[in-house]
Ligand binder design. Sequence first.
Ligand code: HEM
Length: 441
Amino acid sequence: MQGQGQGQGQGPAWDRASAHRQVARVPQPPSPAFDHADPGAYYRALREAYGPVAPVLLDGGVPAWLVLGYHEVQFVAGNPELFGRDPRRWHAWDRVPTGWPLLPHVAHTPSVRFTEGEEHVRRAGAVADVLGEVDPYELRQRAERAADAAVDAFAGAGRAELVAQYAEQVPLHVMAGLFGLHPDETAALERDLAGQYGYGTAAAEPPHPACPAHPGGTAPGPAASAARLRAMLEAVLARARRSPAPGADIPSRLLAHPAGLTDEEVVQDLLTIMAAGRRPTADWIGNTLRLLLTDERFALTLSGGRRSIAQALAEVLWSDPPVQNVIGRWATRDTRLGGRYVRRGDCLVLGLAAANADPRVRPALPGGAVGNHAHLSFSHGAHRCPAPAPQLAEVVATTALEILLDRIPDLVPALAADELPWRPSLWQRGPAALPVTFTPL
Ligand code: HEM
């Protein structure tokens, strides 16, 4: 994503023409560079240049608005009649290149993510009911078993890479358990979730099978992963239907929900729950572990306990939220936002991380975040992360961190803090690796 165009107050006044068309006619100021190690600097530079709503170019030069201001993100997410969730109203589809890496996030499917109004109430209600039936005590037990198994796998070695071997593993196995998956299905799930929903960089993405160079759709890549995931969920649903008594797993419950979802709706919403539940939870664990292991404010109390884990989890939601930017919302009519004229059909990206850091609202960190849940890391409004989900993620993340630090209290990062790599993504934030050493168990 690049900043585009000119700053507020420079050059000709903004008129009702699209800002994107207007900026194309005036000299371009330098775009701030995005540094994966410090995305905050990029958001600050954009805010300085453009104010709370910045015109940006997504991968492939596709124009969008990046909403950086806290109040503006709340306004956009909280007014679905002005900023809808259905991407089919986008006027820039003709500018989206084949194989666009963001397609899995914007190509319309009959998923809860893209429904609006009464239909969204029905669909989101079913998802929330089903997640609400997950027993927190049983969830903690599942997370404990997954965490213990992950630690067992590397405890004797005296070294580990805590992203792949731990932060990713615990939510994966918890979700697999909640979905009633068999072990071979869990292994396939691990591979295919990574393939389908990664918000990668354009360069890192394999070509989309719809590309003429890959006719037939058999190429590896997001679409092949999506097809396998889908086939697996269809098999899970067929199993649930054959079962003589309704199961307690999430697919069986969604199938039996009185909202009466069609098979296609159930599959789509299971895909959403799986992807939404696994990656952000893994990154919440990863980002918190990174903070605990590298920030000396936590080092003193690391072996001491729960308070520092809760503190670190809360701080991460303000400072390094797992979901940094959400694409998106689409304007239902011409309107004004943060001093910009937004045209009907324009795409808006919710800048959750930037909004959390908005100097107009940001509490004095560090420390100030504890007990303050006003961050936008689970978004806002009708499409925010559905009510039971953040609590479920918190149970899993807290359990994972407690078990790891209880069992291996002398974890030492194998790299200096500024050498620990971040995944190259504008959309999700998580460490690429957390290599550590410790006394073998
Ligand atoms: C740290 C963990 C998590 C974070 C940071 C997170 C964050 C988010 C965000 C930012 C959205 C998008 C909202 C929007 O479009 O405005 C979302 C949606 C969603 N999340 Fe989460 N989430 C987390 C965990 C989970 C878990 C554990 C589940 C389920 C088990 C889940 C299920 C969902 C669903 C179903 C949606 C779609 C809601 C809709 O469009 O109506 N999330 N989440």
